[in-house]
Design a protein around this ligand. Structure first.
Ligand SMILES: [Zn+2]
Length: 385
């Protein structure tokens, strides 16, 4: 896939001039209301938005649902906007991507159209109106990717199309200053995992690795401070990490830890980034032992091990054991639960059986169901400190 260059703007104060440049008239705002107010964006943008005809779509559940997309499409089509703005975390941005694009497809007035596209039965054909994404969390990197997550009848789908990439990303670290500790931790862990998975992914390229290594280093060095004693510098570093990790997975997509995470989120309510992080250490140790016999990457096991070495370098460690301990320590510092704490009365088999096959096939080392169960069973019960 060719990578479209997307302008990155680092101050929310530039929304005003951007809308003028776009000759905007009618704005469709997909807004996470609590985040809009708490982040300070409301105080800055309120006057600006008053100059335009606007419609606000803000009543939606956490994690995008098809029903919310369909309600949004109806509002969009009645209003006929010329610019779409998303403001909030990954849910608001993914919803805006889907609503903005699905609303302009042929047959969009029928709910079957959006359902078919969400489930991958029908492809996107028409590009939507210009979209501006303004994240208020430092984690998902959704503002930098051409895919969007949507749950259909409780099942998770990922819709991918170049036109889903927002035309503009406004990543302003000051918007993340009021984030509660647990959200900073969960979203920051998502950025770290996306970056590390992107480095070992079968689809990794030199370009994606450039983004991913910088993202992983920034997240690893600054997450603990951003969570426990936030400074503007740590917030800025996490925003950059999140955005770069988004650019990296926009090229590579994610791998085993993401494949295993969705069930932990939907069944046990574990926040996305934490659900992903719980299997990162085990998969790092597993992938580091790749051989030519079980290597999925056509470039061979040596090339994969060379990329794992880059991960160890980013984590400032010499060996795999040391790197796993460093990951454990960080997870414990930001109060991320271990897999066994989550599954205290749960079922590891169900987690393994739920794993998304497409994501697993992007993991550099082939992994069977039995191996996954064995690898994940070896995770310690208590967090190591
Ligand atoms: Zn993620």
């Amino acid at each position: 896939m060719s990578v479209v260059q997307q302008p990155l703007i680092e101050s929310i104060h530039e929304v005003d001039s951007l809308l003028e440049t776009l000759c905007a008239d009618r704005l469709f705002l997909v807004i996470d209301e609590p985040a809009y107010r708490a982040s300070g964006a409301h105080a800055i943008l309120e006057n600006c938005f008053q100059k335009y005809a606007t419609v606000v779509f803000s009543h939606f559940e956490l994690n995008p649902k098809l029903e919310d997309v369909q309600r949004g499409i109806e509002v969009y089509r009645n209003f006929e906007p010329d610019v779409v703005i998303a403001l909030g975390g990954g849910t608001a941005i993914d919803l805006a991507k889907l609503i903005g694009t699905l609303s302009v497809q042929k047959g969009a007035e029928h709910s079957k159209c959006s359902r078919d596209i969400a489930m991958g039965v029908v492809a996107i054909e028409i590009e939507g109106k210009p979209m501006i994404a303004i994240p208020t969390t430092a984690g998902t990197g959704s503002e930098a990717t051409h895919f969007a997550v949507v749950y259909v009848d409780g099942e998770k789908y990922s819709v991918a199309h170049p036109s889903l990439l927002p035309d503009y990303a406004i990543v302003d670290p000051t918007l993340t200053e009021s984030l509660p500790k647990r959200i900073t931790a969960a979203t920051g862990l998502d950025a770290l995992c996306q970056a590390i998975e992107s480095i070992w992914a079968v689809a990794a390229t030199e370009e994606s690795m450039g983004y991913a290594q910088e993202a992983a280093r920034l997240a690893f060095d600054h997450l603990e401070t951003a969570v426990n004693a936030p400074t503007p510098e740590a917030r800025r570093a996490m925003c950059r990490a999140s955005h770069l990790a988004g650019k990296a997975i926009n090229i590579t997509k994610t791998t085993a830890p993401h494949a295993l995470s969705y069930f932990l989120t939907s069944r046990y309510g574990v926040p996305h980034g934490m659900a992903v992080a719980t299997t990162l250490r085990a998969m790092l140790a597993f992938n580091a032992d790749v051989t030519d016999d079980d290597c999925v990457d056509p470039r061979g096991a040596t090339a994969v091990r060379e990329r794992i070495a880059r991960i160890l370098n980013v984590l400032g460690t010499d060996g795999v054991d040391e790197a796993c301990s460093a990951v454990s320590r960080l997870l414990s510092q930001v109060e991320c639960p271990t897999l066994k704490e989550i599954l205290v009365n749960g079922d590891l088999m169900a987690v393994v059986d739920s794993a998304n096959i497409e994501r697993l096939s992007n993991n550099p080392r082939r992994v069977s169901r039995e191996q996954l169960i064995e690898v994940l069973s070896s995770e310690p019960f208590q967090s190591e400190t």
